[in-house]
Design a protein around this ligand. Structure first.
Ligand SMILES: Cc1ncc(COP(=O)(O)O)c(C=O)c1O
Length: 378
């Protein structure tokens, strides 16, 4: 049970209050001076810190097993802050090539504007990580499982490589959640999350967080305090309540996903299906080494390609067609015609996005209802 919470007020409320305030008062000039001089950790202004936001951070620190964190307005502001707090002109970043679309845009279109170089390495070929390291490599960034293809990267291998070469190792742990995987145990210096997904779990609010050692997070705090991607206290309050049910929700999401993967893998309309905890997953051994469960997502390839993917979405009766994941309700997406439609077919295939690829975020519904809807749409 996570015990961290904001202090109880004299009203003796059971649920923590939400601190919807832009700024905080001081009793006198000396206290205000000391807070601004960083001699105390009093709250000054909600762009810097806020008790409701701190409650969410404290709970996430417990879950990820790290010292410190800074919460942001979205997952992308967490990714951007993690990169821009440390990378400067002339630095080099290594990232896996299968990566969330907006992170891909940041790496390939925005970082180069600041003179920051990058190298993409294939998620499923670890030897190439070593070869990509240069004298100016400052950060390794990766997602595992990857979005949307559910490829896995050996965290221990990359963690050791980063440590030996004095490189900051940053992991986007959005897909696995801290219930499924703890990157800090494998040497990750920074962990980022889109809290918008499983952490909220009900498709209500945007949020993000960067977690890690105190010293690194202090640099992120200084970057964000001035650039302003602060998490709303109201969203933080929602997210803290959501964390109280994260473990039980994930148990059901995961058991539904595992059941669907087992039932669907031999279906005649499907050419392959990937789920980290199925023995048929190409990196099953890595999954068993670093994941506590296989997660709440499955993906499969429809034999009929692009048109079958579009038809499948149209046929669904219960499962939602929406651009999110990690909700109580199951969600289907067809990356080739939506999120990754702007890529060429070669670019898509390089990151294992086949024309008929379907990603299912398994909800909390009865597993037979989800299975029935998928089967009737195939
Ligand atoms: C793996 C991953 N990282 C980051 C993000 C970005 O998060 P947000 O939409 O909260 O900005 C997403 C969003 O889908 C994601 O899937």
């Amino acid at each position: 049970m996570i015990r961290t919470r904001v202090e109880q007020t004299s009203e003796m409320e059971h649920s923590s209050p939400v601190f919807l305030t832009s700024s905080f008062n001081f009793d006198n000039a000396e206290e205000m001076r000391a807070a601004f001089a960083d001699e105390t950790d009093d709250n000054i202004y909600s762009r810097f810190s806020n008790p409701s936001v701190q409650e969410f951070i404290d709970r996430m620190c417990v879950l990820e097993g790290v010292e410190s964190g800074f919460a942001t307005a979205s997952g992308m502001s967490a990714v951007f802050a993690a990169m821009l707090s440390f990378l400067k002109k002339g630095d080099h970043l290594i990232s896996c090539n299968a990566i969330f679309g907006s992170t891909h845009t940041v790496i390939t279109k925005i970082l180069p504007n600041y003179g920051i170089e990058f190298t993409y390495v294939p998620a499923n070929n670890p030897e190439t990580w070593q070869a990509a390291i240069r004298k100016n490599t400052k950060m390794i960034f990766l997602e595992t499982p990857t979005n949307p293809g559910l490829d896995l990267i050996d965290l221990q291998y990359v963690g050791e490589l980063a440590r030996k070469n004095n490189i900051i190792f940053c992991v986007d742990n959005c897909f696995a959640t801290p219930i499924g995987q703890l990157p800090a145990e494998f040497g990750a210096d920074l962990i980022v999350h889109s809290a918008t997904k499983w952490l909220d779990g009900q498709g209500r609010v945007l949020g993000g967080i960067v977690l890690g050692k105190k010293k690194l997070i202090h640099d992120i705090y200084l970057f964000c305090r001035s650039t302003g991607p602060a998490l709303s206290p109201f969203n933080a309050w929602i997210l803290s309540r959501s964390l109280e049910t994260l473990e039980v929700r994930m148990e059901r999401h995961v058991s539904n996903a595992f059941y669907l993967a087992q039932q669907l893998q031999q279906h005649p309309a499907i050419s392959w299906l990937k789920y980290p905890f199925l023995e048929s997953h190409p990196q099953y051994q890595i999954a068993k080494k670093q994941m506590k469960n296989g997660g709440g997502l499955i993906c499969f390839d429809l034999k009929g390609g692009l048109e079958s993917g579009r038809r499948f979405l149209d046929q669904l009766k219960m499962i939602s067609r929406t651009a999110n994941l990690g909700d109580t309700r199951s969600i289907a997406s067809h990356p080739a015609s939506t999120t990754h439609a702007k890529l060429t077919e070669e670019e898509r295939m390089a990151v294992n996005i086949s024309p008929g690829l379907i990603r299912i975020s398994c909800g909390l519904e009865h597993r037979e209802d989800i299975l029935q809807d998928i089967v009737q749409a195939l």
